[in-house]
Design a protein around this ligand. Structure first.
Ligand code: 26W
Length: 823
């Protein structure tokens, strides 16, 4: 359905202007004409027409920032999960309706053109999508900000299912180039690797000289980030690696073509692929090189800009630049900054450290021990010999100046706080380095930030209590409501001010309507229409028939044991069993949607995907249950698929074990679009419950302290297995061929993992989860109560606008103000 929302219309462009521009680009940029052009050519011509406005904004914004000598933030992230850009850019420019009409007058459909665009999937999940939402908000708030990352040739793998198993295929997001990026060869940088460090004694203080063994070039590609309203356009700068020089002519001439070529292949490998690991340490040399490559290129870029304005007056550096570390992935930027200030600029240690610490801040996104990055000391010494020296010096000074005076003679605390982990092969703890090297450290939801202080870095918090803070995550309402849910946006616009996508608190005006029957009807009619639309999409995509009268229950997120997709699955199996035992078992028909990719090396996660697919196959085709349960698991969950699922959701599954999900952001998107949260008291669920009111969410399961108490008392999952007949029966199905006919026990690992270990306490929360599901069922039958709750959810979620997150960062961490770009 075309979006008819008319907020922030662009007054400067008419439908005819836009038509002319598209046709002009079709002919002169794409080299084709109206009668012949493919959908792809049309789509590119539209992108080119949009870019005329976008690029103009880039120049205006840059000029303003340079003239004002603006303080800026540099957001360093190994991941940016941008998704598609066309619809978002049209909305933010206020051009969506104009483009829609212009394109239909040209005999094309905007909806079809939008579907042509591949997702820019340069991220794994929450952390990467958060970075993308933050870019949208920073541009909207007119904050001088640059995103820095890697121009991966292949983003997160494309997922296919083969006989129910996940298969990974390469992602080809820019096979034919992307219209949204501009290459800036003039701003390329060189990045050094390997080699050795020489100490030169030719002045008062010995000088360190790094003789690299390898140099690679970093080529920047800029993606314009259009703020809402279109005035301010920031930049996402992504670095591509290239060999320093393609042919070494001497090697080439002496018959060494292959050797010369090999060097270029190796250099280009750095930006080839995104690591698909999520929440586990990749532990690979190439990943470390990726981290250093983009950190070093970005710092060099910031330095170049600074020096062209201020020469060598580094006393101004921290006043003008903030550097944000998105998790520990860019933590190597800390010693790199020290190296540049000392070795390249001749600044002595203490001043360099002061500048560096005043510049960096660090966001932690996870407490899971397996996700806390550590690098073998030897590996860092091999790849980055100078950085290892600097890290060890940072550590020495920290232990000597901060730890020893606070805990004199306490070796145990020193062992825990040291950047170097001893015992076995020495490891460099990137979390420690990030905390020590930053002026501020934040978690991403209240509870998570508390746990960062209490469990992850308790002594660091004792040393520097003011360093630790919270910034609760957010999502951009432009993409996650206005663009993806045009029906609801249109309804909202009838009742609240037009600038709600900017000021989400305006949705509070809907609260008084929550009990208004005619508004309830309108709101639920929107939900119904969104569900009908999804029914059609699923039919096309998977040839599965589902009914829009069922409850649409959605769990979409990376597949991980702690997120407990298998808890959801066990409950579905239990419901199915109830129906088999009693065909009259009374339940509201349900469609369970899953969307999830598993890290390719994560065997149990892949087996859970296989299990969901096999259970789906059986249940979906079992006529005995009269279609009361359907399971829909489309392959290749990604941003553009999320945009289709979220507006149609009735129930949002947020069922992680308490204390494990740092925040979650899908929970915010679903609740804003009117889904009822079925969740544990974990991450941002807690704050969603606070905002929406506990009567408008369904909470179950253990809380963080219950989890700890149970673990300390000695958790024995097999007790739950033996005590609960239903639970035992469904777990035993995994040990049979019930879902894998003729191939018994293919799913047994899931059962034994749960019965013997159950690290994320699925069995302990099973009963409580089943009860919560019954509450959902009962609530849904009460149409008015349901409508009321869902409206209140939409009306109450302003806190989770990523604009609010960005204002928190700008005020409390970056000390940064907005500047409106020139007209
Ligand atoms: C080293 C491998 C690795 C890769 C990715 C370790 C850790 C990660 C990330 C921290 C994973 C991630 O995306 N974390 C999620 O971040 C979101 C944004 O803050 C939160 O909402 C999620 O709860 C958190 O799991």
């Amino acid at each position: 359905m075309p979006n008819t929302v008319s907020a922030a219309p662009n007054p400067e462009l008419s439908v005819n202007d836009f038509k002319e521009s598209v046709v002009k680009h079709l002919r002169s940029t794409l080299g084709t004409y109206e009668e012949k052009a493919s959908t792809q050519a049309w789509s590119q011509a539209v992108a080119a027409a949009v870019n005329e406005l976008v690029f103009d904004g880039v120049s205006r914004t840059r000029k303003t920032h340079a003239r004002e000598d603006a303080r800026a933030v540099h957001y360093l992230s190994l991941e940016f999960l941008m998704g598609r850009l066309m619809s978002n850019n049209l909305h933010n420019l206020g051009l969506f309706e104009i483009a829609d009409q212009a394109i239909s007058e040209l005999g094309q459909s905007l909806t079809d053109l939008l579907e042509e665009e591949p997702d820019m999937g340069l991220g794994n999940g929450g952390l990467g999508r958060l970075a993308a939402c933050f870019l949208d908000s920073m541009a909207t708030l007119e904050l001088p900000a640059v995103g820095y990352g890697i121009h991966y040739e292949h983003g997160l793998f494309r997922q296919e299912f083969y006989k129910g198993h996940q298969v990974e295929r390469p992602d080809e997001w820019r096979e034919f180039g992307s219209p949204w990026e501009i290459c800036r060869p003039e701003s390329q940088q060189k990045v050094k690797l390997y080699g050795y460090v020489e100490t030169v004694y030719d002045g008062a203080v010995p000088k360190k000289v790094w003789h690299p063994g390898r140099v690679v070039r970093a080529i920047p590609w800029d993606i314009p980030i259009v703020g809402y309203g279109g005035r301010n356009v920031n930049i996402l700068r992504l670095w591509e690696s290239r060999a320093d020089k393609f042919f070494d002519w001497d090697v080439f001439n002496s018959g060494g073509y292959v050797d010369a070529y090999k060097e270029s292949v190796e250099a280009e490998t750095i930006s080839k692929v995104l690591y698909p690991n999520d929440e586990t340490d990749a532990g690979k040399e190439l990943r470390l090189i990726q981290q250093y490559f983009f950190s070093a290129a970005s710092i060099a870029d910031v330095m170049r800009r600074f020096k062209s304005a201020h020469g060598n007056d580094f006393s101004k550096f921290a006043r003008l630049n903030a550097l944000q570390l998105n998790d520990t992935h860019p933590a190597i930027a800390v010693p790199e900054m020290m190296r540049v200030l000392m070795d390249d600029e001749g600044i002595e240690w203490s001043q360099a450290w002061e500048i560096s610490q005043a510049t960096f801040s660090y966001t932690n996104h996870t407490l899971l021990p397996e996700a806390l990055e550590k690098w073998p000391l030897k590996l860092i010494g091999h790849v980055l010999p100078r950085h290892l020296e600097i890290i060890l010096e940072i550590n020495h000074r920290f232990l000597h100046n901060d730890v020893e005076p606070t805990w004199p003679g306490n070796d145990d605390i020193k062992r825990r706080l040291s950047i170097v982990e001893e015992g076995g092969a020495q490891m460099i703890r990137m979390g420690h380095l990030s905390v020590i090297g930053s002026h501020t450290v934040n978690g991403v939801a209240e509870i998570h930030s508390d746990l960062v202080k209490r469990d992850l870095f308790p002594e660091m918090n004792q040393l520097w209590p003011k360093k630790f803070t919270n910034v609760t995550n957010g999502i951009t309402p432009r993409r996650w409501m206005k663009a993806c849910n045009p029906r609801l946006s249109t309804l909202i616009e009838k009742h609240v001010d037009k600038d709600w996508p900017r000021y989400l608190e305006k949705l509070e005006a809907l609260k008084p309507l929550a009990d208004d029957e005619s508004f309830q009807k309108e709101y639920m009619a929107v939900k119904q229409a969104n569900k009908e639309e999804l029914v059609g999409i699923i039919k096309n995509l998977m040839d599965i028939d589902i009914s829009a009268d069922a409850i649409f229950d959605i769990q979409i997120k990376r597949l991980h044991e702690y997120k407990r997709q298998h808890l959801n699955l066990l409950h579905i199996m239990a419901q199915y069993r109830r129906l088999l035992l009693n065909p009259d078992y009374d339940m509201v028909p349900r469609v369970y949607f899953f969307g999830a990719k598993a890290a390719p090396g994560y065997a149990l996660a892949k087996q859970i995907i296989f299990a969901i697919n096999k259970v789906a196959e059986k249940i979906n085709n079992d006529e005995r249950i009269g279609g009361k349960i359907k399971i829909v698991f489309p392959a290749n969950y990604r941003v553009s698929l999320a945009e289709k699922l979220i507006p149609a959701a009735d129930v949002s599954e947020q069922i992680s074990l308490a204390g494990k999900e740092a925040s979650g952001t899908g929970n915010m998107k679903l609740a804003l679009n009117g889904a009822i949260t079925l969740g544990t008291l974990d991450g941002a669920n807690i704050e969603i419950a606070e905002e929406a009111g506990s009567e408008n969410v369904v909470i179950f399961g253990m809380e963080v302290d219950d989890v700890i108490a149970k673990q300390q008392a000695g958790y024995n999952p097999s007790d739950y297995y033996h005590k609960n007949e239903e639970l035992k029966a469904v777990l035993d199905w995994f040990d049979s061929d019930f879902f894998t006919p003729g191939e018994p026990r293919l799913l047994k690992d899931i059962k034994y993992n749960l019965v013997d270990h159950d690290p994320f306490m699925v069995l302990a929360d099973f009963d409580s989860y089943c009860e919560a599901q019954e509450k959902i069922d009962a609530l849904y039958r009460d149409k008015k109560a349901w409508a009321r709750s869902t409206i209140i959810n939409t009306a109450s979620l302003a806190k989770f606008n990523s604009d609010r997150s960005m204002i928190d960062y700008a005020k409390n961490i970056w000390n940064l103000g907005g500047i409106a770009a020139d007209d």
